[in-house]
Design a protein around this ligand. Structure first.
Ligand code: S3P
Length: 195
């Protein structure tokens, strides 16, 4: 085995044992369309952990799409069910969880997330976020005449909170697989400091 692949396999072992020993979760946060669900699904597969998507859990529970919940019941109702579902999901251990981009903005949610998980912030520039969001309009908070300005404004409001995550990863020039590798390395570095 080469030194590089030996280092790679050590990173994987570190990430798995971190979760087994501390019984925590890995949670992905960051702006809409940054890639939390795509990265989360692959990360979970690689670490052989269950993957939970918070928005999907809400949709299953409410029997409506997130977009419809915003339209019919309003954002305050969505935030209430988001909080309830997050609490319930975080009562379990050993999962990879993708949260909606606004979940950490509630201070109680943020506190719980930091306690019950290794919280990872995925970073990208506004232009990249807009490109990754495509033309679809499934995200009620991105409806605007000038969507780039909307992304810039909302990101500016949220950035300080996102930065409170334990680990930040710049995804700007990385593929989903590369982001997954960076996360595994960063978690194992953290766990090496803890033990
Ligand atoms: C939101 C992000 C969405 C979804 C809802 C609100 C937000 O999830 O939870 O539309 O406030 O940033 P994604 O981040 O997966 O798009």
């Amino acid at each position: 085995m080469s030194t590089k692949s030996l280092r790679g396999s050590k990173a994987r072992i570190g990430a798995e044992s971190l979760l087994q020993s501390s019984q925590k979760n890995i949670v992905l946060t960051g702006f809409m369309a940054v890639g939390k669900s795509a990265v989360g699904r692959k990360l979970a597969l690689k670490l052989k952990l269950p993957f939970v998507d918070l928005d999907q859990a809400i949709e299953a529970r409410e029997e409506f799409r997130v977009k419809e919940i915003f339209e019919c019941k309003g954002e305050a109702y969505f935030r209430k069910v988001e909080k309830e579902n997050l609490k319930e999901i975080l009562s379990r251990d050993g999962q990879v969880i993708a949260t909606g981009g606004g979940a950490v903005m509630d201070s109680e949610n943020l506190h719980l997330l930091k306690q019950r998980s290794v919280l990872i912030y995925l970073i990208a520039l506004p232009e990249t976020l807009l490109r990754r969001s495509g033309s679809e309009n499934q995200r009620p908070l991105l409806k605007a005449d000038d969507r780039l300005v909307r992304v810039e404004d909302l990101l500016a409001q949220r950035e300080k909170v996102y930065r409170q995550a334990h680990i930040s990863i710049d995804t700007e020039h990385l593929s989903v697989d590369e982001v997954v590798e960076r996360i595994i390395k960063a978690i194992s570095r953290r766990s090496a400091k803890v033990v």
